[in-house]
Write a protein that binds this ligand. Sequence first.
Ligand SMILES: [Ca+2]
Ligand SMILES: [Ca+2]
Length: 191
Amino acid sequence: MKRVAFVVLAVCFLSGVSFSAQDVLVVADFDSGVKPNNVGGDFGAWDKDPMDFSQTCMESFNTSETRQGKGFCLRIDYDVDSPNPAYNGLWMKLNGLDASAYSKLTFWVKGDKKRGFTPLFKVELKNNKGEVGRYYVTGVTDKWQKIEIPLMKMAGISDYSNLSEFVIVFEDWRCPVKEGTIYIDDVQFEK
Ligand SMILES: [Ca+2]
Ligand SMILES: [Ca+2]
């Protein structure tokens, strides 16, 4: 009987461990230094009007500003300072990811002190039904900080079982600093 109890305990313990391993679903840690992301999705910068060279956005892998002094983070250089209406940012494919078991979208962010940066930008989460969830990140500083977005606070999306894309948007009418650089890392879903 003792042995059975031990086995049951061991199984409970092991399954507990495997549950906690799933508490975090890593979408992108950028540490390979190459695309795609951790869920096999491509990503890159986008522009409202690629023919308007006064508004641009570029992404690059970065090693010098990483939070833990190793691996890579993603650097995003944006410019929405244009005589024309301007917005741009970063897109990242999620390949139909099922995040319905998770309660929040999290990532780390910081702005570049020398280049300047917007303290505010928009995050979108899209699904394969065509729903687009929106949330404004505020309070970005030149120090790394973790952003936690409760999924229920994303306006416009209700189904997280078939996600298509994660998007960052810099809008000229909302960004107080229209040209600058931010860094992001460890995009993930958490319970
Ligand atoms: Ca990283
Ligand atoms: Ca410009």
